[in-house]
Design a protein around this ligand. Structure first.
Ligand SMILES: [Fe+2]
Length: 451
C-alpha cells in the first residue's frame, strides 16, 4: 500500500482513525491530530498539523562533506529540550516525489536523524555565559550524485512499525541538487553575494525571484546582520527563506559577525583536512563538479596569516587535480577595493595574494565594501593577460557605499545599486553577470575560457 502524506496547517481537529488513536492518546495537549483517508486504489493520505513548539524555523542547508553525495540541513525550534526532540529529515528524489514533494513516500531508509547543539552569544568560542540558543543539524549521506532531492525537516512524535505518526515537519518542501560526480563536466550555476546588514526588507522583496534563478548553491561573503544578535539573525533567515529552501548556502565570516559563535553555531561547514584547530569551519574548501571553492576567514591579520599554510596546500592540491578546472576563493575583506569606505586589505594582500597568484586562482570574491568592483587580471600589482580577477560584490541590500577607481579597476559601480553575481560554469567556460539589486540591470559581464 502506498502512503502519501500531505502537510497542512489545519484549524479543524478531526478524530483519529482507530489505528492511530493509541499513540495520539499519549500525546501532550499541544500535539496536533492526524487524519487519514484511504482511496479506492489503497493509497493512504495523511494530513497533519504541526505542533508550534516543534515547528522548524530558519531552515537552511550547507555542505560539510562531498556535495555529490551529502547535504546538511539545519534549523531551530521553540522546543529547546535536547532529550525531548529528535531532529529528522525525510527525503526523496524529485523524480519520485515531484519537485513540490507532493508524492513523497515514507521509508525508514529515507529519513536521517541528527543532533541538537546549543550555542551562545559570546565573543569567543566555548564561552557558555551568554544567551543560549539551539540549532538542530541533520546530515544526509549516501545520496546519488547529480540528482534533485526534495526533503522536509523537523521531527515526529511517534514512529511505530512503519506508521508515520504526528510529524512536525516544515510545511514547505526544500530542494537540493547534488553535485555531479567528480570529473564530470556539466553546466553549474552559483550565486555569490554578501553584506545584508539591515537589508532584510529588500531581501524579502527579491528572494522569490532570486530563488527562481535556480543556482546549485550560494556563496555568502559575510556581514549577514548588523550586530549578530539572534533577533537580527532570525530576520535574515526569514527574509532569505525562499532562497534557503532551494539551495545550500556556503558562508564565510564577516566583521559584523560580532559574536562569532552565533555565526558558527548556525552554519555547519566542512572540516577541511589540515585546517588549524582554531580555524576549523572558518576556512573550508569543497569541490562541486569541476569547481573548487575555498572559503576563508579574513577578519584579522592573524587569521589570514594562520590560514596561509593550509591555503597553500589546498590550492596546490586543487590546481594539480585534473578534475578541477576552476578555483574560486571567497572571503569578506577584499584584497583590492577602490571603495572610499574601506578599500584594500593589507593582510589579505600580504598573506593570500601571493598564493592566489602562485596557483592562478581564477576568481577572488569578497564583500565588506558595499559596492561592485571587478579588477583586471592582476599579478604582481600589474595588469596581466591571465591571473586572478578580484571581485568586490558587497551589497546584498545593505546600504550602499561610494565606489572608486584605482589602477586595478576594470569595472566599478556605486553601492546604492546593490548587487549579486550569478556565475555559470560550463566545462572549460566560465562566465558571470553582476546584477543590480532588483535584477533589472546588469552591472558587469565577464567570461573566461580555458583550453
Ligand atoms: Fe564588513
Amino acid at each position: 500500500m502506498r502512503k502519501i502524506w500531505i502537510g497542512l496547517s489545519l484549524l479543524a481537529m478531526v478524530a483519529l482513525p482507530a489505528c492511530l488513536q493509541s499513540t495520539a492518546a499519549t500525546a501532550d495537549a499541544t500535539t496536533t491530530q492526524d487524519t487519514t483517508a484511504v482511496d479506492a486504489a489503497g493509497d493512504v493520505t495523511v494530513t497533519w498539523q504541526t505542533d508550534p513548539t516543534n515547528t522548524p524555523k530558519s531552515v537552511h542547508m550547507t555542505w560539510q562533506h562531498d556535495p555529490a553525495t551529502s547535504v546538511t540541513v539545519q534549523w531551530t525550534t521553540a522546543a529547546t529540550d535536547l532529550a525531548g526532540y529528535t531532529p529528522k529529515v525525510w527525503f526523496d528524489t524529485a523524480a519520485n516525489a515531484g519537485t513540490d514533494g507532493a508524492k513523497m513516500t515514507y521509508s525508514a531508509a529515507a529519513t536521517a536523524t541528527g543532533t541538537g547543539e546549543y550555542y551562545y552569544q559570546s565573543l569567543v568560542a566555548d564561552d557558555t555565559s551568554g544567551a543560549k540558543y539551539l540549532t538542530w543539524t541533520v546530515e544526509l549521506t549516501g545520496l546519488t550524485p547529480d540528482t534533485a532531492y526534495v526533503l522536509r525537516a523537523g521531527t515526529w512524535s511517534d514512529y511505530q512499525a512503519g506508521a508515520f505518526v504526528k510529524p512536525d515537519l516544515t510545511p514547505n518542501v526544500l530542494t537540493v541538487h547534488t553535485a555531479p560526480q567528480k570529473g564530470k563536466r556539466q553546466p553549474i550555476s552559483i550565486i555569490l553575494a554578501g553584506d545584508s546588514r539591515g537589508g532584510n526588507d529588500k531581501i524579502a522583496l527579491n528572494a522569490v525571484r532570486l530563488a527562481a534563478i535556480g543556482a546549485a548553491f550560494w556563496v555568502f561573503n559575510g556581514d549577514f546582520t548588523d550586530f549578530s544578535q539572534q533577533d537580527q539573525w532570525d530576520g535574515w533567515f526569514d527574509a532569505m527563506h525562499p532562497i534557503l529552501n532551494t539551495a545550500p548556502l556556503m558562508p564565510v565570516q564577516g566583521n559584523h559577525e560580532v559574536f562569532p559563535p552565533m555565526y558558527y553555531g548556525q552554519f555547519a561547514l566542512p572540516i577541511s583536512a589540515g585546517v588549524p584547530d582554531a580555524y576549523k569551519e572558518h576556512a573550508w574548501s569543497m569541490n562541486y563538479g569541476n569547481v573548487h571553492v575555498v572559503g576563508l576567514d579574513s577578519t584579522s591579520a592573524a587569521a589570514a596569516s594562520d590560514q596561509a599554510a593550509w591555503l597553500d596546500a589546498d590550492l596546490a592540491a586543487a590546481r594539480a587535480d585534473p578534475d578541477i578546472d576552476w578555483i574560486i576563493a571567497a572571503m569578506h575583506y577584499p584584497a583590492y577595493s577602490a571603495c572610499t569606505n574601506h578599500g584594500s586589505t593589507a593582510w589579505v594582500q600580504k598573506s593570500w595574494v601571493p598564493l592566489f597568484e602562485k596557483y592562478n586562482v581564477d576568481l577572488v570574491f569578497a564583500g565588506h565594501d558595499h559596492d561592485y568592483e571587478r579588477s583586471w587580471p592582476w599579478v604582481n600589482n600589474n595588469k596581466a593577460t591571465t591571473g586572478p580577477v578580484y571581485v568586490v560584490a558587497g551589497g546584498f541590500y545593505a546600504d550602499g557605499y561610494t565606489n572608486g577607481h584605482d589602477i586595478w579597476t576594470a569595472v566599478s559601480e556605486h553601492g546604492n545599486k546593490s548587487n549579486y553575481v550569478v556565475l555559470t560554469v560550463d566545462g572549460k567556460k566560465m562566465s558571470f553577470i553582476a546584477y543590480n539589486g532588483d535584477g533589472t540591470a546588469q552591472l558587469d559581464t565577464y567570461s573566461l575560457t580555458k583550453n
